[in-house]
Design a protein around this ligand. Structure first.
Ligand SMILES: *Cc1c(COP(=O)(O)O)cnc(C)c1O
Length: 381
């Protein structure tokens, strides 16, 4: 049998989504926000990040996140350069006292655990792993001073509810730190269940990469200040005390990308105008319902994550049955302007991965499902 000619398959325009971006990061940026950025003309881009116009945008971001996550009195929003990956290293130096515990259930959560293991000034971390497509559970331990959770494992499409491990208030005062890079702004979270909720803005926040943000509880702030005062050596770029001091002035340690900040502020304002986190999470719920129901009823695809409550409502992973080539589907979609549905590369499955961030219209998710059904039919004929 000759392989099907992928270039010959065209998707009827009536089936196509209005916006063809379904990548899990960088992800869809709202064109309205790009236009608003362009409209700032000569008043914003190319001006000093130490002066009022940029500081006002940082202030909008910090206040807006406080409102979006209903942060209680005493919580503070910190920010700095380098994305979520840089924040892992900053936490290794400035937040973990001696020993951490990690839930490792995919590429991102495992990477942070590996970084901690390599750090010479810390004890070996406790790592609870589970096979891809599932999630492990935390085990409270009085020796643990830092629990590392991942709200949404972007590599596998598994999400976990954020809760403090019961009994975690031991002598080490275990902080709960959540990598929420692909979850923040799309999944519900209660601020009293975390001490640090950190993320980069190129996923649910429809901005660009290169920045990290961290919602910190008073206990986390206290930890940052205590470690900074302890004399531990910390590379200046990763110094969370310096980040804290700058954040309080609506600034960053070094020069940030101003476009990223602007798009982030615009996205937060948009989410708040629409109804806040509950609205955004509801929109992701709707997209997830559409995607998973379609997969289950398709006859040729099914949700990769077996347990429905572990299935992410912000990043969906869909396995295809043998004989249906997911990579070929992704190629045809791409040729037709529907991009970034390829699975996480290291997972190596016959799969598509589809972002359902708040920016993405649930109707576009429905349109994507129809497109996939069309392509599967065309590949078979
Ligand atoms: C994307 C992602 C990261 C990495 O973010 P960078 O900004 O590229 O460093 C880390 N953790 C999770 C869960 C992610 O989805």
């Amino acid at each position: 049998m000759t392989p099907p000619d992928l270039t010959a398959i065209s998707i009827p325009a009536a089936l196509l989504p209005a916006d063809g971006r379904f990548g899990s990061g960088p992800s869809k940026v709202r064109p309205e926000h790009v236009r608003a950025l362009a409209d700032t003309g000569t008043t914003y881009l190319g001006t000093s990040h130490r002066q009022q116009p940029v500081r006002a945008v940082v202030g909008r971001v910090r206040e807006g996140l406080g409102a979006l996550f209903s942060l209680p009195e005493g919580y503070e929003v910190l920010l700095g350069n380098g994305g979520a990956t840089a924040f892992w290293d900053a936490a290794i130096f400035g937040l973990i006292d001696a020993q951490s515990q990690h839930l490792a259930f995919g590429e991102f959560s495992a990477k942070f655990a590996a970084g901690v293991k390599a750090a010479p000034h810390l004890k070996d971390p406790q790592v609870h792993e589970s096979p891809v497509g599932t999630r492990p559970h935390a085990v409270a331990d009085p020796a643990v001073d830092f629990y590392a959770f991942t709200h949404n494992e972007t590599s596998t499409g598994v999400s976990m509810e954020i809760r403090r491990p019961s009994g975690a208030e031991g002598p080490a005062k275990g902080l709960v730190a959540v990598d929420a890079t692909s979850a923040a702004g799309g999944l519900r979270v209660a601020p009293d269940e975390f001490d640090v909720y950190y993320f980069a803005p190129q996923k649910c926040f429809g901005s660009d990469g290169g920045l990290w943000l961290a919602c910190c509880s008073p206990a986390a702030i206290e930890r940052i200040e205590r470690i900074a005062a302890s004399g531990r050596w910390v590379p200046a770029f990763l110094d969370l005390k310096v980040a804290l001091d700058n954040s309080r002035l609506d600034q960053t340690t070094n020069t940030p990308a101003l476009a990223t900040l602007y798009l982030l502020a615009a996205q937060i304002d948009w989410m708040l105008e629409q109804g806040g986190l509950e609205w955004a999470a509801g929109r992701c719920d709707r997209s997830a319902e559409i995607l998973y129901t379609w997969a289950e009823q398709s006859g040729f695809a099914r949700p990769f994550v077996a347990t429905p409550r572990d299935r992410s409502h912000v990043v969906g992973t869909i396995d295809f049955t043998e004989g249906i080539d997911a990579a070929a589907i992704a190629k045809v979609l791409r040729r037709n302007g529907v991009v970034d549905t390829e699975p996480y590369r290291k997972l190596g499955r016959n799969q598509l991965r589809i972002a359902m961030f708040p920016t993405i219209d649930p109707e576009d998710v429905a349109a994507l499902c129809a497109c996939i059904t069309h392509v599967v039919g065309a590949l078979a004929s």
